[in-house]
Ligand binder design. Structure first.
Ligand SMILES: [Zn+2]
Length: 300
């Protein structure tokens, strides 16, 4: 989208970079939490101004993360994709720019050796493929990569999700099926080691096979949430239901366990949909509540 939105963080030997496709999307909080109100958003002072508007609307990004180690180049989730027709206008016919942003990090698409999808929703698989201008066919964007899809997640999409009333499977046809057909997919277990020091962890609930990413290098630790949470407000009330969790009870339990694990742990938490500052820490505040302290935001 724009070079100025790229941010990088160093975790030991792993450089994590953010590529943003949709910047500062604003919507009602009930799009993340069905029973939350604008009043509750307004009342949490630490959400302002970074993660919420004065009117109590949430702010979020749609983005991907790139991990560079001395040996490997890994893309975590691949946004929505350019020129796609999607259910909502905000996601439809997005401009090119993702590959130019990648190039500005010194990475050509042929250099990527691994693509990892936390789950198979449309905003996490888009740039798995690009549309060939001449033939209109969707082709793998990263021809030299192994694409890692969760086995449980993929099977759920084959069995149920493609044919239920909630999901349109256009993104599967455009961004997942061509990768499978090209033989580029490894169907992985939920605790898969992606590279030395980088592994998946199960976080089912948002989708049946959702997985997130843990990075451990030289005594430092970071975690990329995937969609086990969408907005920083959820770390203050992880037990509350999330709108897009397919299994809301399980999603709440997963989120609670995740926040309990990473609160005051020193681990850098990188929120899949968190807007700037996207990375920070789950911290217990002086009032005993958990909050998300984005990097650069003062303690409280
Ligand atoms: Zn998402």
């Amino acid at each position: 989208m724009a070079r100025e939105h790229i941010r990088s963080w160093q975790v030991g030997d792993v450089k994590v970079s953010r590529i943003v496709e949709i910047w500062d999307f604003q919507d009602d909080i009930h799009m993340a939490m069905p029973d939350a109100t604008p009043g509750e958003v307004k009342a949490l002072d630490w959400l302002h101004p970074h993660y919420a508007t004065p009117e109590g609307r949430m702010r979020m990004n749609f983005q991907a993360f790139v991990l560079q180690t001395p040996e490997r180049t890994i893309v975590i989730d691949t946004c929505i994709g350019a020129g796609r027709e999607r259910e909502y206008e905000v996601f439809t016919d997005l401009p090119e720019g993702f590959l130019e942003d990648l190039a500005s990090l010194g990475i050509e698409r042929e250099d990527v050796d691994t693509v990892f999808c936390t789950h198979l929703h449309f905003d996490h698989v888009g740039w798995n493929t690009y549309k060939d201008r001449e033939t209109g066919e969707y082709r793998p964007t990263f021809p030299n990569a192994r694409y890692l899809f969760g086995k449980t997640e993929y099977e759920a999409w084959q069995n149920d999700l493609r044919h239920d009333d909630h999901h349109d499977d256009k993104h599967m046809i455009e961004s997942v099926d061509p990768i499978v057909a090209a033989g580029l997919v490894d169907f992985i277990d939920t605790d898969h080691e992606i590279a030395p020091g980088i592994h998946a962890e199960p976080s089912h609930g948002h989708t049946p096979g959702h997985i997130h990413v843990v990075i451990e290098s030289r005594g430092e630790r970071a975690v990329i949430t995937g969609d086990l949470m969408h907005h920083p407000m959820q770390c203050a009330m992880p037990h509350r239901h999330a709108t897009f969790d397919m299994d809301r009870e399980k999603g709440s339990a997963t989120r609670q366990a995740f926040v309990d694990t990473y609160r005051d742990s020193g681990a850098l938490v990188i929120g899949m949909h968190f807007c700037e500052p996207t990375a920070g820490h789950f911290v217990t505040a002086s009032d005993g509540e958990t909050w998300f302290r984005g990097l650069g935001i003062a303690d409280r």
